[in-house]
Design a protein around this ligand. Structure first.
Ligand code: AMP
Length: 352
């Protein structure tokens, strides 16, 4: 067990790291953030910061010596950095979770071995592969890079076969996956936390609404169309976590369809669709992630209010902060980012 008073190292310095650091601090831990960017929303609330690249071995050594355990707030870290750290300090979640979740193709194949059903897909490594995939799957479809995609980035929609050239250009010919377009009624996610002893807890599944590929709102309880298929999705998420020996929060995103839940993607970390748990659940995803990586018992995922709704403040939405503060049911979270850009996650608000 890593007791309060110890130092938790966090790779990545964005808003997820910031909310992890706040949860850790409230439990008596120190947080040391490691990230390369000049502006670090997590660094602003951490006890220590190492500003260095993930390929800087000397900086990683110094970081490993200064912390008692390491976790991460984003999955696109070179696994070489993780392997370097694992030899020196405990790292949770482990490299297995990271490797699967970094590659959309590996992720889909892995989930299929556990009985999950992604949208129909084909691997695309060349322009000729793309034509073959379109012939097999038809259109509409969506071409997604295997690596580094997030918030709708690294994706191109194909309305018809004539869009193939533009889609291929849009992803710059990177190794990719073509996915059939899913006719879904709703989107939802399963967010769970798994402890070092294998104990697992799951928050009520949120109904997620995306705008232009970016999460807009998450709401619990979800409507009946989702709750009717949540058990199957939760069972799959538990198998994924157990098979990977995952420790910490794990998120699987799903489409609710007429023939049940279709797996979309997974993240081996705390997730935007569970930010509502800060006020809306007895233990938040951030608190339970800290508990899990430190080997503590997990907290209750029970709701604290009959209905909870989270809305992201994207780009200029952040200028509403003053108005939101006047709403007695609203809990405002701002991430301290200095530059407002369209679609940038500047903060979120949760209504109980
Ligand atoms: P992703 O980054 O893969 O989660 O995609 C972002 C969002 O785009 C999803 O949450 C959906 O709203 C939409 N989307 C992605 N893939 C598909 C698909 N195969 N069919 C329908 N909608 C999709």
């Amino acid at each position: 067990m890593i007791a309060p008073g110890s130092t938790i190292g966090v790779l990545g310095g964005g808003q997820l790291g910031r909310m992890l650091a706040l949860a850790a601090a409230s439990m008596g831990y120190r947080v040391h953030v490691f990230a390369p960017e000049a502006e670090l929303p997590a660094g602003d609330v951490a006890a220590a910061v190492t500003r260095a690249g993930y390929d800087d071995a000397a900086a990683l050594d110094g970081f490993a010596a200064a912390v008692d355990v390491v976790t991460f707030e984003f999955e696109n870290i070179d696994t070489a950095a993780i392997r370097h750290l694992v030899a020196r300090v405990p790292v949770y979640p482990g490299a297995a979770s990271l490797e699967v979740a970094q590659d959309r193709l590996a992720e889909k194949r892995f989930v299929e071995t556990l009985g999950g059903r992604p949208a129909a897909y084909r691997a695309v490594d060349s322009r000729a592969d793309l034509d073959a995939a379109i012939a097999a799957l038809g259109t509409p479809a969506v071409l997604k890079t295997r690596r580094m995609g997030y918030d709708g980035k690294g994706q191109a929609r194909l309305h018809g076969p004539a869009d193939a050239d533009a889609a291929w250009a849009a992803i710059a010919g990177a190794p990719a996956v073509l996915e059939a377009w899913v006719d879904f009624s709703h989107e939802f996610s399963v967010v769970l936390a798994r402890g070092q002893d294998g104990e697992t807890c799951v928050w009520p599944v949120p109904h997620n609404v995306h705008r232009a590929g970016i999460l807009d709102t998450s709401q619990v309880p979800a409507p009946a169309e989702i709750t009717a298929q949540a058990a199957e999705a939760i069972a799959l998420a538990r198998r994924v976590a157990d098979t990977l020996g995952h420790v910490g929060v794990l998120t699987l995103e799903f489409f609710a369809t007429a023939d049940g839940p279709r797996f979309n993607e997974m993240a081996p970390r705390v997730h935007n669709s569970a930010h509502w748990t800060i006020e809306g659940a007895r233990a938040s995803q951030f608190e339970n992630h800290i508990r899990a990586v430190c080997g503590l018992p997990l907290g209750s995922t029970e709701l604290t209010a009959p209905t909870v709704m989270m809305k992201n403040l994207l780009g200029d939405d952040v200028h509403d902060w003053c108005h939101l503060l006047a709403d007695s049911r609203a809990h405002l979270h701002l991430y301290g980012k200095s530059e407002v850009k369209p679609g940038r996650k500047m903060g979120h608000v949760t209504w109980l």
